[in-house]
Design a protein around this ligand. Structure first.
Ligand SMILES: [Zn+2]
Length: 364
C-alpha cells in the first residue's frame, strides 16, 4: 500500500485490489441487479454473492447460473475480470449431497441464516440441532469450507439490541461439536460478539460492514435508509467493531450491501425493508473512516489481505487507486423506469474518489 501525502495530509492511495466478503446483487431481470454489479465490480476484484435471493440459491445448478449472470453483467459494465464468490443458501431441506455438489460447482461456503430474520430469509434455518443441518456442517468441515452465519436469534419478543449476543450460545454449541469447522460471523454488530470472535481460535472470523463501524441505534431510528439487520447498536458496540476492524487479523470487510427500492424502505406498513445500499460509496467511505481515526495504513489489510488469508485463497493481483477529491453523494440513485434507491451517505460530501478502476482485477 502506498500513501502519498503532502504537509501531513494524504492525497492519493494505491493498494491491492480489495475483496468484499458479504454482498447482495439481487437477480438478473431485477432493475437493481445491473447497477449493483457495476458499482461493486468497479471497486472490488472479488465480491460475495449471497444466496438469499428470490428464489434462493440452494442448488449447484443455481450457483452456476447465478455466477454466469453476474459475470455477464460485470463484463457488460467493463469489468470482465471481476470474480463473484458464490455461496450455497442453507434451508431446512438442504442435504449433505446438495452441499457436496455446491462445493464441486465452486461454492466457497454455506450461508446460514435464521428463518425470517431479514430480507428473503423465509427459507432459513429453524432448528440448529436438526440432524440434517448438522450433517451438512460435517460436510463443510471435512472439506474445510466455512459456515457463514447471520448470527442472530429471531424471537420477536427479544429486542433487536440483544439478538446477536444471544446467538453466542448457539455458536458455542456448534463449535463444541465441530471445533474445526471454519465459522464466519457475518456483519458483526455487538461488543460481546466481537469479544467472542477475538477469544476464539483461528477457525472463527467476522465480516464488518461500513455502517456497523459508524451507525448507532439512534441514527437508524432517524433514517430508515440506515435500518438493517443486525440492527445498529450502541456506541460501545460500534467502537468495539471499529477497533476490531482496525486491528484484528480475523476481522475483514464484507459490506452487506443491500439495494432496496425506495418505496420498500419508506413504507410504514408492513415494516420497512432491512438493508443499506452501500455499493456506490464503499471505498470512499472506508478511506474516510480509516483516515479519521488515523488508521489509514491498516486499510489494505482489512480490505485486501485478511479475508483472503483466512479463507486460504490467493491475494488479488490488481491495484486500486483513490485520490482526495470531494464529491457529494446523490440523494437518490435513479435506476430508470421510476425505480429509485437511496444510497448510504446520501447528501453527504465524501473526500475520496476512486481514480482508476480499470486496473482493478486485471491479471499482472
Ligand atoms: Zn446480508
Amino acid at each position: 500500500m502506498k500513501i502519498f501525502a503532502e504537509y501531513g495530509e494524504a492525497y492519493r492511495i494505491e493498494m491491492l485490489a480489495p475483496d468484499n466478503w458479504h454482498n447482495h446483487f439481487r437477480q438478473k431481470d431485477d432493475p437493481r441487479f445491473r447497477p449493483t454489479v457495476a458499482y461493486i465490480a468497479s471497486q472490488f476484484a472479488r465480491a460475495n454473492a449471497m444466496g438469499n435471493t428470490v428464489p434462493p440459491i440452494t442448488t449447484a445448478e443455481q450457483i452456476v447460473q447465478y455466477r454466469r449472470d453476474i459475470e455477464e453483467a460485470a463484463t457488460e459494465a467493463g469489468f470482465p475480470n471481476f470474480e463473484p464468490l458464490m455461496v450455497l443458501m442453507m434451508t431446512p431441506d438442504t442435504t449433505p449431497e446438495m452441499v457436496t455438489s455446491a462445493f464441486n460447482a465452486g461454492a466457497y461456503g454455506l450461508k446460514i441464516m435464521p428463518a425470517n430474520v431479514t430480507t428473503h430469509s423465509s427459507h432459513g434455518i429453524v432448528d440448529y440441532k436438526a440432524k440434517l443441518f448438522r450433517d451438512c456442517l460435517r460436510v463443510a468441515r471435512s472439506q474445510r469450507k466455512p459456515a457463514l452465519f447471520h448470527a442472530e436469534v429471531v424471537d420477536p419478543s427479544i429486542s433487536v439490541q440483544d439478538r446477536e449476543q444471544l446467538f453466542i450460545p448457539i455458536l458455542s454449541d456448534i463449535r463444541e461439536e465441530f471445533p474445526n469447522l471454519p465459522i464466519c460471523v457475518e456483519h458483526i454488530s455487538d461488543a460481546d460478539m466481537v469479544q467472542f470472535v477475538m477469544n476464539a481460535d483461528s477457525y472463527v472470523s467476522a465480516t464488518v460492514t461500513p455502517h456497523h463501524m459508524e451507525v448507532v441505534e439512534a441514527d437508524a431510528q432517524h433514517d430508515v435508509h440506515l435500518q438493517c439487520m443486525p440492527y445498529p447498536k450502541q456506541m460501545k458496540d460500534v467502537e468495539a467493531v471499529r477497533f476490531a476492524a482496525f486491528t484484528h487479523p480475523r476481522f475483514f470487510y464484507g459490506s452487506d450491501n443491500a439495494p432496496h427500492l425506495r418505496p420498500t424502505k419508506e413504507r410504514e406498513h408492513p415494516s420497512p425493508a432491512s438493508g443499506v445500499f452501500t455499493a456506490p460509496v464503499e471505498l470512499s467511505v472506508l478511506v474516510e473512516l480509516f483516515e479519521r481515526y488515523r488508521q489509514l495504513e491498516k486499510l489494505e489489510a482489512f480490505l485486501s489481505e485478511r479475508g483472503a488469508r483466512w479463507h486460504g485463497v490467493r491475494q488479488n493481483k490488481g491495484e486500486v487507486t483513490l485520490h482526495r477529491e470531494p464529491w457529494v453523494v446523490p440523494d437518490v440513485i435513479d435506476l430508470g423506469d421510476g425505480n429509485e434507491i437511496v444510497p448510504y451517505k446520501h447528501g453527504h460530501t465524501l473526500n475520496w474518489r476512486l481514480a482508476d478502476c480499470l486496473r482493478l482485477g486485471q491479471p499482472t
